[in-house]
Structures are given as structure tokens and as C-alpha cells.
Ligand binder design. Structure first.
Ligand code: A3P
Length: 304
């Protein structure tokens, strides 16, 4: 089935999610050609749920020994956008005419995706590689996406970027990488069974207890912090390096375009939890909560 998006571009449904035709092609390329390695780490998310933050944190955690000599002062994250350090499978690596050469990447290889678990899983099935999923409440995601859209789409391309239109898309379900709630449920279910190890994280918990969450991430990835590292303030250093204020103020993130073609600065705004209250009406919030609650009913997952 196909639909039109807010710019009149065609969206196609593939394995339960909506994409532009070139993304479907990229996913088919990925599914056919990607060869997972046992040590691979895949960071998955619905757009605007904290992908950039998770990329930065996971990169800093797994490569911390490699960059220990730099004492974090000349870390790659200080001179490069997280999206260039951890690239998206379907909207960056596999969307080109030529297949990417991933064999020479430093280990562990880190990748990112906005695909739902069922689409990823076909390709990862026989591999013990790890998946980390970050999700965020739908209302902050919607507002974040609305701001993002106005930054990345040229004025000529969108005539239709009202918040109400975006709200209608979310309710209807046919929007790029949507429906949100279906994707969240796919990773939640996967995190409960042991097909691939899946760590389910939330942006809200990361904001509330960053130290605990980054240690949880490190434990899951097999890169636990030693007591010595904890006492030397390594966890705090990594959190500071990857903080919104630090990353968004770096020249490297204020200028330039990521390998997936988006201005670096578009990935940083206000952050935090509950900013939606300044934008959505009570009625809109209620309807959004309802579609998520209906989908998650009986799953054991609840958004506050
Ligand atoms: P807001 O638009 O609510 O400010 P994604 O990375 O998935 O595209 O999500 C972008 C959202 O995450 C934006 O939210 C952005 O400000 C926020 N964000 C980006 N980097 C962050 C960081 N290092 N820490 C916390 N939030 C961050």
C-alpha cells in the first residue's frame, strides 16, 4: 500500500512501517547484503527519541580505552557529529548505488537504524550481536519532529507543516518510519525474549538518572565501568562529553551536514521531558496517549 506524505511524496508500507521508495530499496539491500559480526552493536530508535544522544554515549563507552590517551580532551566526538561516527543502515549506508564496505570498520562496529525490530531481525537472526533501543514519549517525539521538519525541509517543499497536520499523521499512522507505537512494541517484545539481546531504554530515564542509565548501557554492551573508572569520574566525564549543551555548542555540530544529508545542528534543540505541554492541547495529548495505550495494552510497557 502507498500513501502521500505532507510534501506529496509517496510513502510505502514495508513490513509494518512507512518509508520513501528509496528507503525501502535500501532496506532490501541491507536485508540481502548485511553480514552481522558477533560484536556488532545496533542502536535503534524512532526518530526524535534520543538517537543522537545514544549514538554519542555508546560510541564514547565502547571506545573509551582507545581514546583514554586523549583524556577525552581530543575525543572524536569533539570534532565530529555523532551521526557521522555511527551511521544509519537504511538512510545512510545502504541507500547509495554502491554497497558499503563495512569490513574495515573498527570493532566493535556501531550502526543505527529507525527500522522496526521485525525488519532488523530477519538479517540478525543467527547472530548474537546486540541491539539497544531508545524510546521517548510520543508527545515530545511529535513536537521534536515538528521542529526538526521545519529545519530540514526547504520552504518550497513544505506547505503543510502545521502541528495539527503532523498530529493527524500520527493519529492516522502513515508517516515516515511510523507508526510510532508499533515500532516501540516491536522492540519491547524483543527485549523480553532472548532472540537477540535487546536493551530497552527510555529517554526519560536517561534524563532522570543519567549515571545509572549509562552504566546499564555499558554493562549490557559488555563494557562495564571498573571501580577505578567509576572513582576517577569516567562516567561523569562521558556524560558531560555527550551532554546536549556540550555537543550542541561544538563547532563541529553547528556547521556541516551529516553523511545522511541533514544539517548537524538540526539534531539539537531543547531536549528534556514534557516540552510538549507548550504545544499540544489537552485533547491532542489525550488522543496520542490513547493510540499508544491501545497498542501497548497487555504488553507490560507503560509510558508515564
Ligand atoms: P527536542 O527537539 O525535544 O529538543 P534524535 O536524536 O532522535 O533525532 O532526537 C532529537 C532530540 O533529542 C531533540 O529533542 C534534541 O534536542 C535531543 N537531543 C539531542 N542530543 C541530545 C543529548 N546529547 N542529550 C539529550 N538530548 C539530546
Amino acid at each position: 500500500p502507498s500513501e502521500k506524505d505532507f510534501m506529496g511524496k509517496s510513502l510505502f508500507s514495508y513490513q509494518g512501517s512507512w518509508y520513501y521508495p528509496n528507503t525501502v530499496q535500501a532496506i532490501l539491500n541491507f536485508q540481502k547484503h548485511f553480514r552481522p559480526r558477533d560484536t556488532d552493536i545496533i542502536l535503534a530508535s524512532f526518530p526524535k527519541s534520543g538517537t543522537t544522544w545514544l549514538k554519542a554515549l555508546a560510541f564514547a563507552v565502547v571506545h573509551r580505552n582507545k581514546y583514554a590517551a586523549y583524556t577525552l580532551d581530543s575525543h572524536p566526538l569533539l570534532s565530529n557529529n555523532p551521526h557521522n561516527l555511527v551511521r544509519f543502515l537504511e538512510i545512510d549506508l545502504y541507500d547509495k548505488n554502491q554497497l558499503p564496505d563495512l569490513e574495515e570498520l573498527p570493532l566493535p562496529r556501531l550502526f543505527a537504524t529507525h527500522m522496526p525490530f521485525q525488519t532488523l531481525n530477519e538479517t540478525l537472526r543467527d547472530s548474537p550481536c546486540k541491539v539497544v533501543y531508545v524510546c521517548r514519549n510520543i508527545k515530545d517525539v511529535l513536537v521534536s519532529r515538528w521542529h526538526f521538519r521545519s529545519k530540514v525541509v526547504s520552504k518550497e517543499l513544505y506547505s503543510n507543516n502545521s502541528l495539527e497536520d503532523m498530529f493527524d499523521e500520527f493519529i492516522k499512522g502513515a508517516y515516515l518510519f511510523g507508526p510510532f507505537q508499533d515500532q516501540v512494541l516491536s522492540y519491547w517484545k524483543a527485549s523480553l525474549v532472548n532472540v537477540n539481546p535487546v536493551l530497552f531504554m527510555t529517554y526519560e530515564e536517561m534524563i532522570e538518572k543519567p549515571e545509572a542509565q549509562v552504566m546499564r548501557l555499558a554493562d549490557f554492551l559488555g563494557y562495564s565501568f571498573t571501580e577505578e573508572e567509576k572513582q576517577s569520574g569516567m562516567v561523569e566525564k562521558i556524560l558531560e562529553l555527550c551532554s546536549l549543551s556540550n555537543l550542541s555548542n561544538l563547532v563541529a555540530n553547528k556547521t556541516g551536514t551529516s553523511t545522511c544529508g541533514i544539517h548537524h545542528h538540526a539534531f539539537f534543540r531543547k531536549g528534556g521531558v514534557g516540552g510538549w505541554k507548550d504545544y499540544l492541547t489537552h485533547d491532542m495529548a489525550k488522543k496520542l496517549d490513547e493510540i499508544v495505550e491501545n497498542k501497548l495494552q497487555g504488553s507490560g510497557l507503560k509510558f508515564e
